[in-house]
Write a protein that binds this ligand. Structure first.
Ligand SMILES: [Zn+2]
Length: 412
């Protein structure tokens, strides 16, 4: 901290104080307000706080918060402090708060909103950028995610020294990453194909086979990967196979872990060193947490967009455990619920389904169309009483998820 200019030092002190006040008054976890206050005093604060650190930025549509946590754990295996925005505050103020709360950390692992990546790269000069996936979010259209990828290309071209770790199985990600100077390709898989039928380079139809994807017109094709996720294992760049055996459930998290191990290797952390740290991660910002309620064991899953719902279904208990789906349409969720029609709900036919949330009527219509039987629950407490003692999986979109966590009294 001693090397920061005086104005930046004052700004971080004020910012940290504001963050503490925010936490003490119960207004939030303080991860944004501190940064907002600091930036008002010193607009150049992010650049100053980044100087001299080795920074990883993690971005993409889904899995940012979890992957950030996994990368921070993996880099942490080197034995030095890692600054990180663990609660998903992924715009400039969140990054400032994360860095100012760990002024002496030589490493920083930062989740970044996909739209802000170019600006955040300019301010922080990261060593590595991690590109997970790109698909429509609630509010985006396909043309907008293509524009995001195009802007990333511009940012990579301006920082040829920045390393990129990218998922080779996502065509839009691969196209964006191919503009970077150094790319570590990871075959991390892609379940959601609906937003990548077209070649990002020329617009022609992409073909898919067991080798991956390929454009018949311009020749753009899946890059060959140095790291491969193979079901429950990761094959590293030397060809060694490592059983992942994570505590976090589901294919999407195995994919996130493969990316994290590839990042860690760029910092000199071996798989044997980093993997135990990944296995120790059991929940991320309240996700995957299990909460006991009147003899029911509730597992909380967040799903914000069609690709996220597909991933959440993948995590559902195979033992036909009941599931509660909760959907809202407030600002952070997107007001329009037409995305519900992009999700295939038929996998839920074999288990008891309850629905709640402010937009449960929209969800009801959608489930009717897929011939999925369901019951209505007023809220999480009602849902608990409607299922037999045992397990209940809960899948909710953003604000519905926060409401449920609050109702259950969860602050972590
Ligand atoms: Zn093409």
């Amino acid at each position: 901290m001693g090397k920061l200019p005086i104005r930046a030092r004052v700004a971080t002190t004020l910012g940290d104080a504001a963050g503490r006040v925010s936490r003490l008054t119960g207004r939030g976890d303080g991860s944004v307000i501190g940064g907002v206050v600091g930036l008002r005093v010193a607009p150049d604060l992010l650049r100053q706080l980044s100087a001299g650190r080795q920074i990883v930025m993690v971005t993409g549509t889904n899995g940012k918060t979890t992957t950030t946590r996994l990368v921070a754990a993996a880099v942490g295996s080197l034995g030095q402090e890692v600054a990180t925005n663990a609660f998903g505050a992924n715009m400039e103020s969140g990054l400032v708060s994360a860095l100012s709360s760990a002024p002496d950390a030589p490493y920083a692992v930062l989740e970044v909103d996909e739209r802000y990546l170019p600006a955040m790269m300019r301010a922080t000069r990261p060593k590595v950028v991690v590109l997970l996936n790109l698909s429509r979010d609630q509010m985006d259209r396909a043309a907008e995610i293509w524009l995001v990828a195009k802007r990333w290309r511009g940012a990579f071209a301006q920082q040829p020294d920045c390393g990129v770790v990218a998922n080779a199985d996502d065509p839009l990600i691969a196209w964006a990453a191919s503009a970077a100077g150094h790319v570590t390709w990871v075959a991390a898989g892609q379940r959601w194909h609906e937003d990548s039928w077209c070649c990002p380079e020329c617009g022609s139809h992409l073909r898919r086979d067991e080798l991956g994807w390929r454009c018949g017109e311009c020749g753009l094709s899946r890059p060959s990967a140095r790291w491969v996720l193979d079901d429950g294992s990761v094959i590293d760049a030397t060809g060694a196979v490592h059983e992942l055996d994570l505590s976090l459930p589901g294919r999407a998290n195995r994919s996130n872990a493969a990316m994290a191990l590839a990042v860690a290797s760029l910092f000199g952390a071996s798989v044997d060193q980093a993997l135990p740290q990944l296995r120790a991660v059991t929940s991320v910002a309240g996700r995957y947490t299990t909460v006991e309620r009147r003899g029911r064991s509730l597992r909380l899953l967040l799903a914000k967009n069609p690709a996220g719902w597909l991933e959440a279904f993948d995590v559902l208990d195979p033992d036909r455990r009941p599931v509660l789906l909760a959907v809202n349409a407030q600002g952070p969720d997107g007001r329009d619920t037409s995305w519900l029609w992009d999700v295939d709900y038929r996998v839920l036919r074999d288990r008891p389904v309850l629905i709640s949330g402010e937009r449960r009527t929209d969800l009801a219509v959608r489930l009717e169309a897929d011939e999925v039987p369901f019951g209505l629950a007023d809220d999480i407490e009602a849902a608990v009483d409607l299922v037999l003692p045992g397990g209940l999986d809960v899948i909710a979109n953003y604000t519905a998820f926060q409401q449920i966590r609050t109702a259950l009294g969860r602050t972590t």
